[in-house]
Every structure is written in structure tokens, then in C-alpha cells.
Design a protein around this ligand. Structure first.
Ligand SMILES: Nc1nc2c(ncn2[C@@H]2O[C@H](COP(=O)(O)OP(=O)(O)OP(=O)(O)O)[C@@H](O)[C@H]2O)c(=O)[nH]1
Ligand SMILES: [Mg+2]
Length: 305
């Protein structure tokens, strides 16, 4: 499946980030810990340029802990296009707030370091100004709410919740700019688009849900077979004999092998009873359910990269 799209408002957000960049001391890039490569927007890297940044692997409660530990190491040493390493890379859960205190401490230290020592004694420090950027649905507004300690920004379990910029002031005086999530015009690697779609960064309305769920099943069968089998109480062996013998051959009479992902989808539907009148499988419902359960880590804490 090839997902390529770039709605007009994302161009506006790019301009918004670029226009406000000189007003901030630091950018906080929020990516999704389950897809630390696919959820890092190359355009954000380009716009931020030389600007200092902190990289957040958010939703770390949904990702594989060992994988996150490895990614933290790797990303701490990774240079941006402008040749800079991030000031810090942290794993967070912006829903529960786990890890946010460490980020706070770090921000306070950065703020303190900004003024030369001779001035710190009697001059009021200039409060740090931050900009939060990232792909849609990565948890930017949730992180802002954790930092402000109240529901300052609207959040939601779908991409495109934040529509415009919003400046907020923290109790300690720091100022934060929330921005809408942005994607980039073309995914060079189709897996990137797919990963973003699996994790909810692309509006489901423009996606073919059963097709997306089949792609997710292929990934899970290959990488997380035990978790998948356990969650749905199914086995993952290929079907021995198709229910319908005609399925064995295509229109030209050539033999075809039934896609294992499709067999697994059928088994999930049967186990759950997602069957329509006429004993037809409800693929829409099965697919929807699979995606929702994956996104909520009910199949397990899974890192896709
Ligand atoms: N499990 C989990 N869920 C999170 C975390 N952070 C945010 N969420 C959830 O993810 C969804 C998206 O969060 P938002 O804060 O609205 O994301 P956003 O990046 O501001 O999204 P846009 O404004 O649409 O770009 C919400 O349902 C949040 O509750 C996290 O660390 N862990
Ligand atoms: Mg938001």
C-alpha cells in the first residue's frame, strides 16, 4: 500500500514553525517511541536547522522497553542535517506524566545555563521559550498539558486535533508554543507511510482500513507471532485446505497461495464473531478492531523499528 498525501494545512504549519523559530530558544521534537524513524519528519529537521532541540520518544508505555533503551542510545549520538546532536533524548509517557519531571529539570538547567554567571545573582532570568513540534498524534498537546499541569491544550486520539498555534505560560514563567502535527509531501519509503498509519498519525478516513490491517498483520506475523497468537487465541499456521476449492486457482487456472495474513484475519473474525449475515466475514470491523488494539498496545508493547 502506498500512502502519499499532504493536506494544505500542513504547508501552513511549516510556515508557522519557520516564522516562530527565531522567537524560541529550543525546540522539543515529539516522536512516537514505537516508530522512532518513521515518526521523525525530515522537513522538521530541515526547518529547525541549527536550533537546539530535545528529542522525545513519547508513548514509550506502548513501545518495547528494550527497543526504546537501544533507540535512546542511538539517537543521542545522531546528528541532525545541520550537524548537531540533540541536547537530550528522553522516553516519556505524556498521558501518565512518567518521565516529565526529568524533562522539567533539564529545561530548568538549560534556562539557568543561558545567562552568564555574573548576571544570575541579581538579574531576573529571561524565561525559556520552547516550541513543540512533531508528526500528528504523537502527543505534543498531551506533553504540553503535563508541563503546564492542567488541561491547557486540546488532545484527542486522532491526528489533526491541534489546528493553529497556541502560546502557553508555565508556572515557572517558561513559554511554550504548541503546533499542529505535520507530515511531509512524499514518503520515499512506503514502510514509513505505513508505520505512521499503523500508529495513528494519518487520518483513518483516507485509508483503506482492511488493507492497512492486513499490512499490520504481515508485520506482526513476522515480528511478534507469539503476542498475536496469544491475544486472539489463534494459530498462525497456513490454512491446509481452503474452505472454497475455487480459491486455489486464479481465473487462468494458475494455482494461488492464500495470503497467510488473510487466513489470520479470518481466524480473528471467527474467534470474535465478527460475522455478517450470510456468514460473510466483517472485514471492516475486524480490521478496525485489530488497529485499535494494536494502537492501545493490547497485543503487546511493540516497537516496529
Ligand atoms: N499511551 C499513551 N498515549 C498518549 C501519550 N501521549 C499522548 N497520548 C494519547 O495520544 C493521543 C494524541 O495526543 P495529542 O496530545 O492530542 O497529540 P498531538 O501530537 O497534539 O496531536 P495533533 O495535535 O493532532 O498533531 C491522545 O489520545 C493522547 O491521550 C503517551 O505517552 N502514551
Ligand atoms: Mg495537538
Amino acid at each position: 500500500m502506498n500512502i502519499n498525501w499532504y493536506p494544505g494545512h500542513m504547508k501552513k504549519t511549516r510556515e508557522l514553525i519557520a516564522a516562530n523559530l527565531k522567537m524560541v530558544d529550543l525546540a522539543i521534537e515529539v516522536c512516537d517511541a514505537r516508530i522512532p524513524v518513521s515518526s521523525r519528519n525530515p522537513i522538521i529537521d530541515e526547518i529547525l536547522g541549527e536550533k537546539d532541540r530535545i528529542l522525545i520518544l513519547n508513548k514509550s508505555d506502548l513501545a518495547d522497553e528494550n527497543a526504546t533503551a537501544r533507540w535512546l542510545e542511538t539517537l543521542r549520538n545522531e546528528k541532525s542535517k545541520a550537524g548537531k546532536r540533540p541536547l537530550a533524548v528522553m522516553a516519556l509517557n505524556s498521558q501518565s506524566g512518567a518521565g516529565v519531571k526529568t524533562l522539567f529539570t533539564r529545561l530548568e538547567k538549560i534556562e539557568k545555563d543561558k545567562l552568564p554567571p555574573s548576571q544570575t545573582a541579581n538579574r531576573r532570568r529571561k524565561p525559556l521559550r520552547l516550541m513543540i513540534v512533531g508528526v500528528p498524534n504523537s502527543g505534543k498537546s498531551s506533553l504540553i498539558n503535563r508541563l503546564t499541569g492542567k488541561k491547557s491544550a486540546q488532545t484527542g486520539d486522532r491526528p489533526g486535533v491541534t489546528k493553529g498555534k497556541q502560546w502557553l505560560t508555565l508556572e515557572n514563567g517558561m513559554q511554550l508554543l504548541d503546533t499542529p502535527g505535520i507530515l511531509w509531501p512524499k514518503f520515499e519509503d512506503p514502510n514509513v507511510g505505513q508505520n505512521l498509519a499503523f500508529c495513528g498519525a494519518i487520518r483513518d478516513e483516507i485509508l483503506d482500513t482492511p488493507e492497512l490491517a492486513l499490512s499490520l498483520l504481515r508485520v506482526l506475523i513476522a515480528g511478534y507471532p507469539e503476542q498475536l497468537a496469544a491475544r486472539y487465541d489463534i494459530d498462525l499456521t497456513p490454512a491446509e485446505t481452503p474452505d472454497d476449492p475455487d480459491e486455489l486457482y486464479d481465473a487462468d487456472g494458475a494455482p494461488i497461495e492464500k495470503d497467510l495474513a488473510l487466513t489470520v484475519m479470518d481466524r480473528i473474525a471467527e474467534k470474535r464473531g465478527y460475522i455478517l449475515p450470510g456468514k460473510r466475514i466483517d472485514y471492516e470491523r475486524t480490521a478496525r478492531q485489530l488497529l485499535d488494539e494494536f494502537r492501545a498496545a493490547k497485543i503487546g508493547r511493540i516497537t516496529l523499528e
